[in-house]
Design a protein around this ligand. Structure first.
Ligand code: PLP
Length: 387
């Protein structure tokens, strides 16, 4: 066999392998598994977006290579949506870049900035891509722990100044996956201040900006960095419009950072299929009632699970954002042993918190991407476990 590049050793073993194995075993035994582990909406893409796509697919103009930075019309739609949603102006030419899903931008940004041995500030628990792509770029992830006693926000004042001075990038993600925590205003203020002082680019992952409940409305980091001096923000149509399979998102923010990412990407991919951009424009500028309906579905599921778990004695907070709940494992278990126990004894699949980094140990994540009926069934099963 041809020897793999040594950088491949930096990719950690697949953390959910054991859980997947348990899941497969249960399935083989014919267990009726309820999967509450999936970070992918079970709701179909709203039909007006699908219809637009059908039209756009038939249009021959869309069959050729798209432009690298994204169709002007899509970027204009982003600017209009951003203005309506956050009250901020963006230059569609220089401050917006179309992405093949936000993961495209998040995963590639370290390549544009990180030198061998550079620290990169990454939250833990967190989306594993921040850490792994930092490593593959030669960087060293500097963990910012997200602890419950700090409302799952990193303590910026705990970052040693020697690390801060050497860091070029900081990853942040609010609304947060997996902790389902939102960021308060003064937190963003503090982070932007820190980034300006230390000349760090804040890479803010806002994939869940539109998944919110009650009267809470997540902010854009650009509301705190109005001159776009230090921030790039990654947005996605995946979660907002239930379009995970379509692969479309965008980055907004500082023009130098946008331009660097664009330059890098011209050598990696050839843009987003134009028909998808046409449909994406429809999503952003069309009737937003569909998003209210999507939020309402998640809100009802959230209430159901939250009340159910509380009454069973689980420790968790009621989230105002995302379609997740972040729950403490009961005494006597760790993340992984509890998740295995749930598969074996109750046929329920949840995600072990430890899969999101060491600081996720002691928690598990539940997704609201399953019907109310199945959620009720899973609560019944949990009740009969008498934990
Ligand atoms: C789902 C998710 C993404 C990726 O979304 P795409 O736009 O589909 O690539 C990014 N960040 C977090 C935290 C996510 O959960």
């Amino acid at each position: 066999m041809v020897k793999l590049a040594s950088r491949m050793e930096k990719i950690p073993p697949y953390l959910f392998a054991r859980i997947d194995k348990k899941k497969e075993e249960a399935k083989k035994k014919g267990v009726d598994l309820i999967d509450l582990s999936i970070g992918d909406p079970d709701i179909p893409t709203p039909s007006h977006i699908v219809e637009k796509m059908k039209e756009a697919v038939s249009d021959e103009k869309n069959h050729r290579y798209p432009s690298y930075e994204g169709m002007r019309e899509f970027r204009e739609a982003v600017a209009e949506w951003f203005k309506k949603r956050f009250g901020l102006e963006l230059d569609p030419e220089k401050e917006i870049l179309t992405l093949i899903g936000s993961k495209d931008g998040i995963s590639h940004i370290p390549l544009a900035y990180v030198e061998d041995g550079d620290p990169v500030l990454v939250p833990s628990p967190g989306y594993p891509v921040y850490r792994i792509m930092t490593l593959l770029s030669g960087g060293l992830p500097y963990v910012m722990p997200l602890k419950e006693e700090n409302d799952f926000l990193p303590k910026i004042e705990d970052i040693p100044s020697s690390v801060a001075k050497k860091s070029k990038l900081m990853f942040l993600n609010y609304p947060n996956n997996p902790t389902a925590q939102h960021a308060p205003d003064d937190f963003f203020e503090k982070v932007v201040d820190f980034a300006k002082k230390n000349e760090i680019v804040i890479c803010h992952d806002a994939a869940y900006s539109e998944i919110y409940f009650d009267d809470f409305r997540p902010k854009s980091i650009l509301e705190y960095d109005r001159k776009k001096e230090v921030s790039i923000e990654f947005h996605s149509l995946s979660k907002t419009y239930c379009m995970t399979g379509w692969r479309i998102g965008f980055a907004v923010g500082n023009r130098e950072v946008i331009s660097a990412l664009a330059r890098l990407k011209t050598n990696i991919d050839s843009g987003v299929f134009q028909a998808i951009q046409v449909a994406g424009r429809e999503a952003l500028l069309g009737d937003q009632k569909c998003v209210d309906e999507i939020r309402e579905i998640y809100r009802r599921r959230r209430d159901l699970i939250f009340e159910g778990l509380k009454s069973l004695g689980f420790q968790l907070r009621k989230p105002l954002v995302t379609f997740y709940l972040w729950v403490k494992v009961p005494p006597g278990f760790n993340s992984e042993s509890f998740c295995e126990y749930l598969i074996e004894k109750a046929g329920i699949v949840v995600t072990p918190g430890s899969g999101f980094g060491e600081e996720g140990e002691g928690y598990f994540r539940i997704s609201l991407t399953t019907s109310e009926e199945r959620i009720k069934e899973s609560l019944e099963r949990l009740r009969s476990l008498a934990l």
